[in-house]
Every structure is written in C-alpha cells, then in structure tokens.
Write a protein that binds this ligand. Structure first.
Ligand code: C2E
Ligand code: MG
Ligand code: MG
Length: 591
C-alpha cells in the first residue's frame, strides 16, 4: 500500500520540479530528518536550519531557495518572525513558504499565513500530503517564473528585430529620448540617418524571401561594421535601417563628417552580396536629420529623417540628402495636395478624358483609354502626372480608381446604347488598387451596376505592379480574366518582367511604352530594334500590341511595317472629353 502510494506521488513529482532547492527549518531533529528524507527521496536538494535566526542568516548570505518548509515554534526566533523578515526586510515575496505546526497551534497558523506564508501542514504529517503541498507551491512558483520569463522575452522582442538581431524602432525611440537629454546637457548634436535599400523588393521577387532575409542579415552586419563605437544601428522595417550618432560637436565640420559617414554606408551597400551564386548589387537612399538643428522632438527626428530619405530616393538612387527647407516644402506641399485631393473627390472635380486606340488594319477606333484629369475650379485642367503619385502614396487612389472604373464603364455602356459599335475602354489600375483584396469583387460590382459586358473593359496594369508580388498578381489576374475582362500590360519595356512570367500572365495586350517610340523611330536603329522585338515578342505570345505616344507619320509607317496592331497617340488624337469622343465615333474616322 505504502509502495503504491509512493509511486503515485513520485510519478506526480517528476520533472521539471525535481532538483529544486528546499530549505527546511525545524528545531526538532527527528522531524527535520523525516522531512529531509521524504523530500530528498523525490529528487529535491535539501538544506537545513535548526532555528529561525539560522534561516534568516542563510537568506541574508544570499542563498537561493525555491521553497522553504518552516516550523512555527522554535526556541530562539519563531517561524512567524522568519516569515515577516523574509517578506518585509528582504522583499522576498516570490519564495514559497510552507509552515509546519502542531494541531494545537492553529492560532499561529493563521498568524503565519497573515505574515506571508503560502500554505501550511500539520504535524505529524503524512508523506503524501507533504509532497503534494510542496509540489503545488513549487508548480505555482514555476508557472510564475515562466510567466516572468515570457514577459522578459516579449520585452526583448518588443525592442529587437528577430531577423537581424538589431534593435528596432521602439528601442530607437527610447534611445533618442535619452539622447536628447544628453545632447541638451552637453550642448552636442544628434545625427539620425535613415537608409532604405533601392529595389530591395526585386530580391524577394526573383530569388525568394529566404534570399531577401539573408541579404538583410548581411547588410545589418555591414552597417554594424561601418558604424563607430557608440552609434545606434537599428532596423526600422523591411529594408529600412537607421543609424544614430550622438555627442557630435557643434561646429562647421559636423556635416563634413556626416557626409563621409553616409558615403561609407553607401559603399558598404554597393559592395555586392553573393547569395546562391547570384551577385546582388544594390544602392541605398539616405536621409539625414540633426538635433537640435532642424528638429525638437523624437517624433520630428523620425518623421523628418523619413522625409529626407524619400526625398533622396526621388532624386535618384544611391545618394544621401540632409533634411532642409526644400525637403520640408516638398513634404508640406504633399500634405496640402492630399487635403485638396480629398476635397476634390468629395466635390466631384475629377473628369475622364478618352484617348482613341486605332486599329492599323482598318483605321477604326477599337478602343479608348480613360485618362483622369482634375478640373480645378481655379487652376483649370490638371494633369494626372501632377497628382497620381501623391494619390497613390496617401491611399486616395483607391476611391479615385473606383470612381474611374465606374465612370469609364458607365460611359462605355452609354456609347453602346447610343448605337455605336462596341469598343473597349481601358482603365489604368494603380499598384495599390490592383493589390487591394477587394478588387475582384469591386470590378464585378461595377460591371453589374453599369451593365457593361466584361469584354469591353480592359484593365491596364504596369509590369512593376505585377512584379512586386508576381505570384499573388497572377492569381488576381486569373480571377479577373475568369470574369471575361481584358488585361493589358501598360508601359511595357520599362519594367523587369521576365519572359518566363510573361508567359504565365493571362493578358491579351502589350502596350509598348512611349519612351521607345522616339521621334526618329525609322532611323534610330537601337529604338527601332527594341520596338520591332517587342512586337514580335507580343505576337509570339499571341498578344495584341499597341504602340503608345505615336505622334508622327514616320513612326506610324514604321509600326505598320512591323505589324503593330494598334496605335494610340497624338497623331490620331489626344485624350478628349466624352462628348468629343462621341463626335469622333459618330464620324467614324479620327483624322
Ligand atoms: P499612361 O497610362 O501610360 O497613359 C498614357 C499617357 O500618354 C497619357 O498621359 C496620354 O495623354 C499620353 N499620351 C498619349 N499619346 C501621346 C503622344 O502621342 N505623345 C505624348 N507626349 N503623350 C501621349 P496622361 O493622361 O497625362 O496620363 C499620364 C499617366 O497618368 C498615365 O500614363 C497613367 O499612368 C496615369 N493615369 C492617368 N489616368 C489614370 C487613372 O485613371 N488611374 C491611374 N491609376 N493612373 C492614371
Ligand atoms: Mg495607361
Ligand atoms: Mg502607358
């Protein structure tokens, strides 16, 4: 019986609790021996004390225990006193204390529990009860320890980046706060450099995310190498890093020093990184901002460094730029434009113009491209090149694109209802809009609402849009194609879509980018070779090929000789209002 009981208890008290360290405090040597024996028998390590003062001394000496079994009645210092001292004097609240008392001492048990003991056991005790109570208390402590360790881990995670091991944005934020205090005290400068890798996405896209991760880790190492002792190097998000230099002296050479440093970073990024035999050579764009020169708060430092970095990117890759009034102006212009665009959308100030697409077979209008314009109440017609990029950055492009989609579809249906032979209407889709999860159902709804057959709607998507996430894009394209909608690749030749991918895109049309249709297409051999190869490529994939930006007769001749299918350009017509296009359709001829 005893044996079975022992086994059950011993089973229950297996890992991970054994090996833990218990201090048994007991003045009666027999009971002390018994307690120690039972506890040792299931794997605990035991230390003993024969009176309260000895126990307190051990704690004072810094001995570490996982639990204490504490007799209440002892000759010199009582268990209650030990309890109080441990909890109040040493602030040791996590150490579980199991008090042991004779049955007659119930008053003392209450006092013990009130001074901070966790549980009690009455003498003479049963082995099974002793072990069960000890285990309970230890489990509790074990779980609290785990919870605490997890909390610590979460704190670490909150401050460090998993991939590179570098500190993250939260860490940077805290450090900058401290740095500002220091900079004010010593009248010194903090310089914050944000850097973003140019064309990083293409690594993920072409070699996979694993390669992208390796690239970022290697880059983190390089940045740490370039940085000086005391600099903070952090990864902010995907391919954006920050380096902070503190304690710079306020003198005229600060910028010279920082420029040199920025160049060292650019060099480090420029040096190729080899992954799976591929030599990856990238550039970076860096924005630099100083405290207290241009900024007053951590938020400003982060915001302005970001603006400067994007400004550097817009100026062309592989460069660094200091935050300046120019960057600031650019930023506030954008902000202003964002506000105005929202208002314009609300006030219905946008209009669509339509540019005809002419079949070279019979010179008829086979389609139109819908091109947005902003009909500003004071400034008149504003070109999309002035506002599309800001609309894209701010997300306004989504409601705007939706409006274009619906308006163009409705207009096309209207032409059909007026009795004209049906034509396609091409609608440009911004990358953000194309990658919107709800796009497919949105298009479906528009067709339903406007009653336009899907074959008369053609969505124009650029190579860049597709290639930024090719696999997902193909999925979306297939869904759209499945609905019967036409798909074309816009500005073809300017992106990086590989032939491999091109074969997998369910598209019907290639639009040759107008930059290839140069003035002297017939005599410029390089350009004309590109154009004729794109046409051949398109035809070999059974695609309809449209040349954009055709302005002259000689360009037209060259394209005709090379069997280009359709033409869109000023030679035939600019983009015109819906009413003007109605007239063109009515006359059936464009010129
Ligand atoms: P895109 O889609 O490549 O449109 C063709 C652009 O070339 C149009 O400029 C058109 O007016 C212009 N173009 C056509 N033929 C000729 C020509 O013979 N010579 C010259 N020099 N230019 C010609 P637009 O209307 O200023 O639009 C510029 C870009 O803005 C468009 O390029 C497109 O990327 C974007 N865009 C226009 N409308 C929308 C829209 O509704 N949504 C989105 N997301 N983007 C749009
Ligand atoms: Mg287009
Ligand atoms: Mg185009």
């Amino acid at each position: 019986m005893d044996n079975i009981e022992n086994n059950i208890v011993d089973d229950a008290i297996s890992d991970p609790l054994d090996g833990l360290n218990i201090l048994v405090v007991e003045d009666d040597p027999n009971i002390l021996a018994q307690l120690s024996f039972h506890l040792k028998s299931v794997g605990y390590s035991i230390d003993t004390a024969t009176d309260g003062d000895i126990a307190i001394q051990k704690i004072e000496d810094g001995q570490q225990y996982d639990l204490m079994v504490l007799d209440i009645m002892m000759p010199r210092v009582s268990g209650i006193e030990v309890c109080r001292t441990i909890r109040q004097k040493y602030n040791l609240y996590e150490l579980p204390i199991l008090i042991s008392s004779a049955l007659s001492e119930s008053q003392d048990v209450v006092a013990g529990l009130e001074t901070g003991a966790n549980d009690y056991i009455t003498k003479p005790f049963q082995r099974i009860e002793l072990l069960a109570r000890v285990k309970n208390l230890l489990s509790l402590k074990y779980m609290t320890d785990i919870a605490r360790a997890n909390e610590q881990l979460a704190n670490t995670r909150a401050l460090y980046d998993n991939l590179t091991g570098l500190p993250n944005r939260n860490y940077l934020y805290n450090k900058l706060q401290e740095a500002i205090v220091e900079a004010n005290r010593h009248d010194s400068i903090i310089a914050t450099l944000f850097l973003n890798i140019d064309r990083f996405k293409s690594i993920n896209n072409s070699l996979g995310h694993g390669a992208g991760d390796i690239y970022l880790r290697e880059l983190a190492k390089r940045l740490l190498k370039v940085a000086d002792h005391g600099d903070i190097v952090t990864r902010l998000y995907t391919d954006t890093f920050a380096v902070v230099k503190m304690g710079l002296e306020k003198n005229s050479s600060a910028n010279k020093y920082l420029s040199k440093f920025a160049e060292k970073i650019l060099d480090a990024v420029n040096t190729p990184i080899i992954i799976n035999q591929y030599e990856l050579k990238r550039t970076a764009s860096i924005g630099i901002v100083k405290y207290p020169d241009e900024t007053r708060t951590v938020d400003e430092i982060l915001r302005y460094a970001d603006s400067a970095m994007y400004y550097a990117k817009a100026q062309g890759n592989n460069s660094y730029i200091y935050y300046s009034s120019e960057v600031h102006q650019n930023e506030s212009d954008k902000f202003d434009l964002e506000r105005k665009l929202k208002l314009a959308l609300k006030n219905k100030e946008f209009v669509l113009h339509y540019q005809p697409q002419i079949s070279l077979a019979d010179e008829s209008i086979v389609g139109v491209e819908a091109l947005i314009r902003w009909d500003h109440p004071e400034d008149g017609i504003i070109s999309p090149t002035k506002f599309i990029s800001v609309a894209e950055e701010t997300g306004i492009i989504i409601p705007l694109g939706q409006w274009v989609l619906e308006t163009a579809s409705r207009q096309n249906k209207k032409w059909q209802e007026m009795g004209f032979a049906p034509i396609r209407v091409g609608v440009n889709l911004a990358p953000q809009h194309f990658h919107e999860p709800g796009l497919v159902s949105q298009v479906e709804d528009v067709l339903k609402r406007t009653n336009l057959s899907p074959e008369y709607l053609e969505l124009e998507i650029t190579e860049g849009t597709i290639m930024s996430n090719a696999e997902r894009a193909i999925n979306t394209l297939n869904q759209l194609r499945g609905m019967g909608i036409g798909l074309s690749i816009d500005d073809f030749g300017t992106g990086y879509s590989s032939l491999n991918y091109l074969k997998r895109f369910p598209i019907q049309t290639l639009k040759i980018d107008q930059s290839f249709i140069s003035r002297d297409l017939d005599i410029n051999q390089q350009e004309s070779a590109i154009v004729s190869s794109i046409i051949k490529l398109g035809h070999s994939l059974k695609l309809n090929v449209i040349a954009e930006g055709v302005e002259t007769e000689s360009q037209l001749d060259y394209l005709r000789q090379n069997y280009c299918n359709e033409i869109q350009g000023f030679y035939y017509s600019q983009a015109v209002t819906a009413d003007e296009l109605t007239e063109l359709l009515r006359n059936r001829s464009v010129r």
